[in-house]
Design a protein around this ligand. Structure first.
Ligand SMILES: CC(C)(COP(=O)(O)OP(=O)(O)OC[C@H]1O[C@@H](n2cnc3c(N)ncnc32)[C@H](O)[C@@H]1OP(=O)(O)O)[C@@H](O)C(=O)NCCC(=O)NCCS
Length: 141
């Protein structure tokens, strides 16, 4: 299953340009080359900002994929989000991968895009589970 269209770098640029990059972390190799990037942007649920974020895009350089680098950065960033007081995080991607971090199907919380519903997972970081329609930052169209 392919979840990448190769335009993740453009999306990160757009998130930055629109001021929607809430948290962004990179990992580098010994030579300083960036090998991994995970970004978070604010979402709304039923049109209200409520401390929920979307994790996207998640990108690991092909030459170092499947070595645990993506998992380590995702864990670190979710820990950071939690420390920052975020209430929850959503992701659209392969459930077989993301469910290992605690992402799950939360009853009543759905993305605006029906197309994404099958691959939409979320995780409560603080407070109660939310229900409603989750909308991504405007960079996602
Ligand atoms: C998906 C991605 C971020 C994972 O990062 P990574 O560093 O390669 O992954 P890790 O090494 O941390 O993964 C560890 C585990 O996840 C599995 N895994 C990795 N990528 C996977 C994928 N796309 N689908 C399902 N499982 C995956 C690995 O097989 C491994 O399983 P194991 O622990 O049972 O052996 C990375 O492969 C990537 O950038 N892919 C291209 C872009 C992309 O698809 N981004 C996601 C968009 S939603």
């Amino acid at each position: 299953m392919v979840f990448s269209d190769g335009t993740e770098q453009d999306l990160v640029d757009l998130l930055r340009k629109l001021g929607e990059l809430a948290l962004s972390m990179v990992a580098g190799d010994e030579g300083g080359t960036i090998i991994d990037h995970v970004a978070f942007s604010p979402t709304t649920i039923d049109h209200a900002q409520c401390g929920w974020f979307q994790m996207a895009p998640v990108s690991v350089c092909p030459s170092v994929q499947r070595m645990g680098i993506g998992s380590a950065l995702i864990e670190a960033e979710i820990g950071q989000l939690r420390q920052n007081g975020a209430c929850g995080v959503a992701v659209v991607g392969n459930p077989a991968y993301y469910e290992r971090f605690g992402f799950t199907v939360l009853a009543g919380l759905a993305p605006l895009s029906k197309h994404d519903a099958q691959f939409f997972r979320s995780m409560v970081l603080a407070g109660e589970a939310r229900s409603g329609t989750l909308r991504y930052a405007s960079a996602f169209g």
